[in-house]
Design a protein around this ligand. Structure first.
Ligand code: PGA
Ligand code: ZN
Length: 438
């Protein structure tokens, strides 16, 4: 027994940003240090990701988590008591062994991720350092390029538009603080445009403006107008990034775009995306095809050939083995890292490390169901991920994360390194005096 040995593991039911029950875990160490973390929850989930344990029945629409909380207090607490919180890998291995299923079905991914993150917080507290510093150890850390939703769609907006996230990346920024200030202007101007055109109808699940558009493409044209309206240059100061979340509307190689009244086969879907890439300043596309449409991913990866970032979310489900396979296939060149898709920090870190080995972009990501928990902000910095995605630029469960990175940046002072556009796994065409350069 040392001061960093786990003494107690507790759980309580708290509530997420959609007003649904979720698990908060609290870990206490022998020396008195404590750590706490809240499990997030997705709405457009990959089929292979860790599953949340929900009680079922009628209470809160079957979404209650009393069983998951009980698993934390009993089985997980018993397995972890006495283990050293500084050894995150051993803790997470104990959790994985105790669960014994490929997707945390027994204990619940919501139970395991909350505990895994709470252990890291407790270890950092015991060492008297911020979580990001604890995670970085002696390795370099950097402030991430933010990927920020301006319009929310898909499963986060009653499928009002088919594409899930219309986002911006402030690729011209030189510091994280500048990057966030640029996003604030684009978000504000986008809202003003919606208001002027009589389309302001509140916000979607992650805080992006509700997408009252006549077509998926109208969101793109509006986004370009918002960037220009903020006095910024599309593509140079601010680029566009999309999460198609195509598993939500694609099946057996066919894609039903309800808003556009189209059903596309995989080639027509690819042609539409390539056309958008040619006409809009898009630097990144996530889940362009359904998670089971491997052939479409491989063909698209070949056609795009690292001109843009292609991100696997549902396609990779934060799984190191899937990242390795996708790298061999050239299906994508970036991995979205969602700790609760894996179920433990160590497994999420392994997916990120696999991505890094293959030269992938690595993006730490929150979920559509979030809370005041800011662990992902620390993971992005401490793991030197280079990119961070936490939803839009409104609602405090989103702003808490951006604001936490601002605090970290300030604490680093002159030592702060901003990953910026260099975090994208692409060669951006450089313009010299307005002309294409090398
Ligand atoms: P989710 O979606 O958190 O609702 O699953 C987010 C995403 O697809 O990136
Ligand atoms: Zn996604």
């Amino acid at each position: 027994m040392t001061s960093t040995s786990i003494k107690a593991v507790r759980a309580r039911r708290v509530w997420d940003s959609r007003g649904r029950p979720t698990v908060e875990a609290e870990v206490e160490l022998a020396g008195g240090a404590r750590g706490r973390a809240i499990a997030p929850a997705g709405a457009s989930r990959g089929t292979r990701e860790a599953t949340d344990l929900r009680d079922g029945g009628t209470r809160f629409g079957g979404l209650d988590v009393l069983g998951a909380c009980e698993n934390v207090r009993s089985r997980i607490a018993n397995a972890l008591r006495g283990l050293d919180a500084l050894d995150q890998a051993a803790i997470d291995a104990a959790i994985v062994a105790l669960d014994g299923t490929p997707n945390k079905a027994k204990l619940g991914g919501n139970a395991t991720v909350a505990v895994s993150m709470a252990v890291a917080h407790a270890a950092a507290a015991a060492r008297g350092v911020p979580l990001w510093r604890h995670l970085a150890g002696n390795a370099p850390a950097s402030l991430p390029l933010p990927e920020v939703q301006i319009f929310g769609g898909g499963a986060h907006a009653g499928r009002r538009v088919d594409v899930q996230d219309f986002m911006v990346m402030p690729v011209g920024a030189w510091t994280f603080g500048d990057a966030i200030a640029i996003v604030a202007e684009v978000y504000r101007v986008a809202g003003a445009i919606m208001q002027e055109s009589g389309k302001l109808a509140g916000v979607a699940d992650e805080g992006g403006w509700w997408p009252a558009f006549a077509s998926n493409e109208e969101a793109l044209t509006t986004l370009v107008r918002a960037i220009e309206g903020a006095g910024l240059r599309p593509g140079e100061d601010v680029a566009i990034s999309l999460d198609i979340a195509a598993s939500e509307f694609g099946r057996d190689g066919r894609y039903r775009l309800a808003l556009d009244g189209n059903e596309l086969d995989r080639d027509a879907m690819a042609a539409m995306l390539l056309d958008w890439i040619a006409r809009y300043p898009i630097v990144s596309i996530e889940d362009p095809f359904a998670e089971d449409d491997r052939v479409a991913w491989i063909r698209f990866g070949e056609a795009v050939a690292n001109r843009i970032q292609i991100v696997g979310d549902d396609y990779l489900t934060t799984d190191a083995g899937e990242v390795d396979r996708a790298a061999l296939d050239h299906a994508c060149n970036a991995v979205l890292v969602k700790p609760n898709q894996a179920g433990t920090l160590t497994e999420a870190r392994a997916a990120l490390d696999a991505g890094r080995r293959h030269g992938f972009g690595t993006i730490v990501s929150a979920r559509s169901g979030e809370s005041e928990d800011v662990t992902v902000a620390h993971l992005a910095v401490g793991w030197n991920a280079g990119q961070l995605k936490v939803g839009s630029f409104a609602r405090s469960e989103r702003m808490a994360k951006w604001n936490e990175v601002l605090r970290i940046e300030e604490s680093l002072g002159a030592d702060a390194v901003f990953a910026g556009a260099g975090a994208l796994p692409i060669r951006r065409p450089v313009k010299i005096n307005g002309k294409p350069g090398v």
